[in-house]
Design a protein around this ligand. Structure first.
Ligand code: ADP
Ligand code: MG
Length: 694
């Protein structure tokens, strides 16, 4: 690492190009990852670490453990896939101590392009004993280099995009850190910091730890700052709200009875209970803040429909905001006829409408003719003004940032609308209270009658051809299937490539079927068109990334195949499984996994054995334990970047942050005297765009 200039604190928020011109073309590479300033680079944290500080001789590899070794590639062989068998790439490895081993990768992952006989590489991955030799299964690898940031130490692994390589990014971040860390000021007073490390030290250790043991304290500190930023925002919102009253929406008992009677089914006991609690809340001047949680398909939308109709009957406007265009459309398609039957007019609003149509809707809202508005986050755009908003419903609320929810609540023109948030990802209660504080919770545990349990099976890749035959048989019966491709944490582009490859492979294996493909790198309209075609029965199989996770409703889909299932969070698997079993057909969820470690198997067994999202969430919490430093994707919670509320230590930090935020905001609501904290809050402002329906 060459030593370079030292930046001043003010430089941290200026363009990298200006303050570190010596990075030259590196600036453009950083920009492709969304990094414009040194501060953004400091907070571009690794999602995982490879501990290469302990390299093992091949002779002493331990089966069934994740390990690293420094090896020579003696030969690389590609075994083409044929029929239903995926392609395999096999490398023969040896090391200086005379040991040998093999590495194997399945499917078209283009490994062979990065690997040649004669290469010296560090290989890292799970080792299995195959007969007399050890085999790395789908390991990570990187060429042996001279740079200390890549080898023979604990190495950070970052999310990539825009064609920037891991190695290049690591080098760039090392240089930015070198120049920037001394300019980092600590926003916490010593007493507030307590036993946590200084911010600059934490940032250094989070990127380039001297020792694996330095990582956890560093991430704790960064997690605390993130949680504090969130809690400051929440504390300010609470304070501002204390001054606002909500409209009293009194619902006459016969009015609500009429609304409930107009539904095409009888409410379950839990649904009726939720409706009652909401009616009580609506009649009060204290703004309702209620979370309605219930498993996929438990009938939350029906409860929301009753609430919307009640608000309108009492003379108020109401809005429902959903995280994606397709979900918003589905809600509108389902709710509008129901509401029309009650004489209530529901409009649809999203960024995809023509400007003229948007203006029409804006006018209808402004003039009060639109009584219910259902849409994407287009409903919180500035041009939308509700003269008398009484109720706001947010679907899949955890997909929105705190700022977006606040913007929705600010649409009440002088009054605070009542807020009902829906979520299918159950949040353990302690967690919800820590994160949201003053939220009431209604829970639907009972599913509507007549639901068939989804049969869940765990299979390994050897069963792939049988599984494909099963998909074909279901298609012959007129059913449809989802195929979810393995989670690739490194980058969305790799994930998309893997989805494309899988769609191609299936098209060859099952030529008689109509196969669709959706992933996050497609344009939103292209993705929506494919989803709509699938929902309309024009595709037999939909190959997808987790973009299908959130609530789409295709009652005719009867099978979901999830590949490399061990890579997903349990709540996520449960959500994905909820894409099937929504109609009258018997449905199946196949968890495909070659994982052999007992923990992975136990986790998958939890999903196989239970259809209860709450039970699964609790078990997930239990099984994640402390080993999981950065956590996988958060679910059911605001999108946190560093903190993991599945981590008991971080949960304790969240409580500490909440207490501190209350105290700080009590004394200084605008943080005028705490610019460091205001800065922190800005740094962690939620990412407002989910890449959809802007
Ligand atoms: P969620 O939003 O909780 O995932 P939905 O509200 O979309 O669930 O409901 C799933 C399906 O169940 C919908 O087709 C809905 O019409 C139906 N449904 C909801 N409540 C009931 C009920 N009480 N009885 C029968 N069917 C119901
Ligand atoms: Mg729903």
């Amino acid at each position: 690492m060459q030593s370079s200039r030292r930046l001043d604190p003010a430089d941290l928020d200026r363009p990298v190009r200006q303050v570190l011109p010596e990075l030259a073309r590196g600036t453009a590479a950083l920009a492709r990852l969304g990094i414009a300033t040194p501060r953004q680079a400091l907070w571009y944290l690794p999602f995982r670490y490879d501990d290469f500080s302990d390299l093992r001789p091949l002779r002493s590899l331990i089966p069934d453990e994740k390990q690293s070794a420094r090896v020579r590639v003696d030969a690389v062989r590609i075994e083409p896939g044929f029929g239903r068998r995926p392609q395999r790439v096999i490398a023969q490895l040896s090391d200086d101590a005379g040991g040998s081993a093999e590495a194997i990768w399945f499917g078209r992952r283009y490994v062979e392009r990065r690997l040649q006989a004669g290469d010296e590489i560090i290989v890292s991955g799970k080792v299995t004993q195959r007969g007399w030799r050890n085999q790395f299964t789908s390991p990570e690898f990187s060429p042996v280099g001279h740079e200390s940031v890549h080898t023979a130490r604990v190495v950070p692994v970052y999310r990539l995009s825009g064609g920037v390589t891991q190695k290049r990014l690591r080098e760039l971040l090392a240089r930015v850190l070198e120049a920037s860390l001394s300019a980092v000021e600590d926003p916490l007073a010593d007493a507030e910091r307590g036993d946590l490390p200084y911010l600059a030290d934490a940032l250094r250790a989070a990127h380039f730890p001297e020792d694996a043991g330095d990582i956890a304290p560093a991430l704790d500190r960064l997690a605390f700052d993130e949680l504090l930023a969130l809690q400051l925002t929440l504390a300010q919102a609470r304070r501002a709200r204390d001054e606002l009253a909500a409209p009293r929406i009194e619902v006459a008992p016969d009015a609500s009875a009429e609304i409930i009677a107009a539904l095409p089914f009888r409410l379950t006991g839990d649904q009726a209970g939720a409706v009652e609690a909401i009616a009580v809340d609506l009649a009060s001047e204290r703004p309702m803040r209620r979370l309605l949680q219930g498993d996929v398909g438990s009938g939350k939308t029906a409860v929301a429909a009753v609430a919307l109709a009640c608000a309108v009957r009492a003379g108020w406007q109401a809005v429902l905001m959903a995280p994606t265009e397709i979900l918003a459309r589905q809600h509108h398609a389902g709710l509008a006829p129901l509401l029309a039957g009650l004489g209530v007019r529901a409009e649809f609003l999203s960024g995809s409408l023509t400007p003229a149509r948007k203006r029409e809707i804006h006018d209808a809202i402004g003039g009060g003719m639109a009584e219910v508005v259902i849409g994407t986050h287009a409903v919180i755009s500035e041009a939308v003004a509700f003269p008398r908003l009484g109720l706001a419903v947010v679907d899949e609320q955890h997909r929105f940032g705190v700022g977006q929810r606040a913007a929705l609540q600010a649409k009440g023109s002088g009054r605070e609308p009542h807020l009902l948030a829906l979520t299918a990802t159950p949040i353990p209660r302690t967690l919800a209270l820590t994160v949201y504080g003053d939220l009431s919770i209604s829970t639907i545990r009972e599913l509507p009658p007549g639901r068939q349990p989804i049969r869940t099976e765990i299979r390994d890749r050897r069963a792939l051809s049988k599984i494909e035959a099963f998909l074909a048989a279901e298609a012959a019966e007129g059913r449809q299937s989802f195929v979810v491709v393995p989670l690739v944490a490194e980058s969305d582009a790799l994930q998309a490539a893997s989805a494309e490859a899988e769609a191609e492979r299936l098209a060859v294996a099952l030529p008689q079927l109509r196969i669709g493909l959706v992933h996050g790198q497609q344009r939103a309209d292209e993705r929506d068109a494919t989803m709509t075609a699938f929902a309309g029965g024009e595709k037999d199989v939909l190959v997808a990334t987790t973009v299908i996770e959130v609530g789409i409703d295709v009652p005719n889909a009867s099978v979901i195949l999830i590949e490399d299932a061990e890579r997903f969070g349990l709540a996520q698997l449960h959500q994905l499984r909820g894409r099937v079993g929504r109609g009258v057909h018997r449905s199946f969820c196949i968890l495909l996994s070659d994982a052999t470690d007992p923990l992975a198997q136990e986790r998958l067994a939890v999903v196989r054995e239970s259809q209860d999202g709450f039970h699964i969430a609790e078990q997930d919490l239990r099984l994640r334990g402390a080993g999981n430093i950065l956590g996988t994707r958060q679910s059911g919670l605001p999108p946190l970047r560093v903190a993991s509320l599945f981590e008991p230590r971080h949960l304790a930090l969240a409580e500490r942050a909440r207490a501190m935020a209350d105290e700080v905001v009590e004394a200084d609501a605008t943080l005028a005297r705490r610019p460091g904290l205001a800065r922190l809050q800005a740094d962690f402002a939620p990412i407002e765009d989910e890449g959809d329906a802007a």
